[in-house]
Design a protein around this ligand. Sequence first.
Ligand code: HEC
Length: 271
Amino acid sequence: MRTAVCLAMAAIWGLVSASRLNGDELPLKRQIVRWSAWWLFPAFVLMPLCFVWYLSMIPPERSGLLELGITTIGRGTFTQVTRAALVSVMTSGTVLAIVYFIAYQRPEDFHPGHALAVLAVALAATGSTEYSREMLRKPFVVADHMYSSGVRKSDVDRLNREGYLTHSPWLAPEEKGAVDPSARLDRGRLMFLGQCASCHTPDGYRSMKVLLGDRDRKGIDNLLDTLHRHADDSPYRKFMPPLTGSSEERAALADYLSTLAPQARTRATAR
Ligand code: HEC
């Protein structure tokens, strides 16, 4: 799949350079534009084949995301994942059409404007394909082996028993013992960086400030409890990994999240 995409990208950059040739260089332009277009065609044969193979290899639990979607993201018949997949198919088709009908059929007429259009549409195709792929593999980075948080599935029980930060290389050995209250927020932040920050930021991408919404401290505790139990019927199971760690560490995370959630914060200061 990657090879196919790289072939396509190389061909498109070839087209961009060649589109600027003019005048005496027209025969050369004709040659390079056609030659680059030829690099693109195998990619378009390989990509759908690889894509079908890819879909057939996705565990059923994952591919369900394409049909069912994610409760908290996009509602309606088409989920965001499906929409992104559709955009990816349509944009790839557009690239193929421009390249075949203009670049291949009439190479002399292939202008920088055409080349930039191909480039822009190809970037949209890559973006949407990557988006679907990223969504499909959640909450794992390696299906059924390692979660996106870097935690191995086989380590979950041990981390719950012995603590998550106990095994973190980011804490000095002397910091790993009992937590003094002043260090609790720091611990919570480390829990966040270790287990949430691969998908969330405090106030930017998939922002905690926004997603925690109007949860108060109790709401945050409930959320973390659901993430920790990772039950079969948990609505988050399809896209978030289980939260690991001792109950003390999870409480520290809740403390830290409370400093981000607008509701929990105002309540805390009002108290
Ligand atoms: C593998 C990626 C991933 C990880 C790791 C992850 N999340 Fe999420 N989380 C998501 C996605 C995807 C959504 C849905 C976002 C949306 O609705 O836009 C989400 C949604 C949420 C929401 C909103 C839920 C709702 O019901 O509205 C909260 C709160 C949240 N995450 C907290 C956390 C916390 C706390 C952690 C760390 C313990 C965490 N997440 C780890 C991917 C992740």
